[in-house]
Write a protein that binds this ligand. Structure first.
Ligand code: 5CA
Ligand code: ZN
Length: 409
């Protein structure tokens, strides 16, 4: 699949920082000593509804990760998937009497537009589940042949017992895992499974549902976790830097993905850090396509809200926080944007470098975007109160805000 166009990232004077970030698996902040090319996998959308603010907040977090790396003179190898065939997508298509492929294509196109408007850096490889099927099938066959997967009425399940590290990503106990598995696409109560938590790798063809050639597995379609594993292993390999997504993906999705990959390769770990963004709520409940309590990025854009203000609204919360979208979050962001734009529109100002360093420090410290915004606020306040004679300062601030925060002033 093609991704979306990249907005240019200006190079800044001075030097960036190594990224320190919270790893769900260890529960600690880790300083990632990335190689020259940092490797990032972020779970993409299931395209049955447009991008809501929750999605945008999660992608914003991983966009910041890339901007810290780029500022630190790393190349970034970024991969994202599109779950363009899965139960919720097929159910929505049936509900609306729409062809599922059209639904997926339309919503993926809208997502690309939203990401472009928000200046999110595109992945180098943007890969759909459907196009990954030829890579998924041999992986499932290998797991089965190695005894790490088994058949149940034609479907193939992964045996969580085959990975000695199973449970390390989420750190949850069996009862919590079972509950989350039932909530998030698993089938812990299906009779005949070796372990209730075992997830499906390959679902045998169901009547009136799409299916693909599965070679020795028979016709069917892939399970959810193996999709991301196949795409990540093909484009990044084992031991990549960050596996990212919202906190609702820690279990089962990232837990199962790590176990699939570790059982397949015999190597450990799948990713050096598992990074999770908090959930955005609306009216007290997690924003979700299934609940329908959504604020869409595309709707805000149609209402003529400046995408830079949406981006600043996302940045005003720490990525790990669960937070609530309200009208006043957006209003504050709009005011801030206006102040910043006024401040950089003057020909000179207070020296910018100390403030750029503060932005760098804040972002490299577990992506503390609210602290980064406050540093820019301080420069803008000084500009308003005292001005300054540094002719380059407004330009340096706007390039830094663009390069490090993805906001065009
Ligand atoms: N296709 C899978 C991942 S392989 C999926 O979870 N798709 S999704 O469309 O449901 O979500 C896309 C991303 O947005 C995921 O990282 C998910 O964790 C994140 N996300 C979903 N809802 C919210 C929310 N309310 N707040 C923050 N992030 C969210
Ligand atoms: Zn995923």
């Amino acid at each position: 699949m093609y991704a979306w166009p990249a907005s240019e990232v200006p190079a800044l004077p001075g030097k960036g920082r190594d990224l320190r970030i919270h790893d769900t698996a260890t529960g600690e902040l880790v300083t990632l000593r990335t190689e020259e090319t940092a490797r990032l996998y972020v779970c993409g959308i299931t395209p049955y509804d447009a991008t809501h603010i929750g999605h945008a907040a999660t992608y914003n977090a991983f966009d910041l990760v890339q901007r810290v790396w780029l500022d630190n003179k790393r190349q970034v190898h970024y991969v994202q998937n599109v779950t363009d065939v899965d139960d919720p997508l097929l159910e929505r298509a049936v509900r609306d009497g729409e062809d599922w492929t059209h639904l997926a294509e339309r919503e993926t196109a809208l997502f690309r537009e939203d990401m472009t408007a928000l200046r999110m850096l595109p992945p180098k490889h943007y890969v759909g589940a459907v196009e990954a099927i030829p890579r998924i099938v041999p992986l499932v066959e290998r797991l089965r042949d190695a005894g790490a997967a088994y058949e149940l009425d034609g479907d193939v399940y992964f045996s969580v017992a085959s990975d000695s590290h199973f449970g390390e990503v989420s750190g949850l106990d069996a009862a919590a895992m079972r509950m989350l598995s039932a909530e998030r696409g698993g089938d812990p109560d299906r009779p005949g499974k070796k372990n209730p938590l075992d997830p499906m790798l390959w679902m045998a063809a169901r009547e009136s549902e799409p299916s693909w050639d599965g070679a020795s597995l028979g016709p069917g379609r892939p399970g959810w976790h193996i999709e991301c594993v196949a795409i990540a292993l093909e484009h990044l390999g084992m031991g990549f830097d960050i596996q990212g997504g919202g906190s609702d993906l820690a279990f089962p999705h990232h837990e199962m993905g790590a176990s699939h990959a570790q059982a397949l390769t015999g190597e450990y770990p799948f990713a050096k850090a598992y990074v999770h963004a908090g959930m955005v709520a609306l009216d007290g409940e997690k924003m979700s396509k299934s609940k329908g309590n959504l604020v869409f990025v595309s709707q805000l854009r149609r209402d003529d809200v400046d995408p830079a203000a949406i981006r600043l609204a996302l940045l005003s919360h720490h990525y790990r926080e669960d937070w609530e979208w309200t009208a006043s979050v957006l209003e504050r962001a709009q005011e801030r944007l206006a102040h910043w734009r006024a401040a950089v529109s003057r020909p000179d100002g207070p020296a910018a470098e100390p403030f750029v360093e503060q932005v760098r420090d804040a972002l490299a410290d577990d992506l503390d975007a609210p602290a980064a915004l406050e540093a820019v606020d301080r420069w803008a306040a000084l500009q308003r109160a005292e001005g300054g004679s540094d002719m380059g300062a407004p330009g340096v601030i706007s390039r830094a805000v663009d390069a490090l925060l993805g906001v065009a002033l």
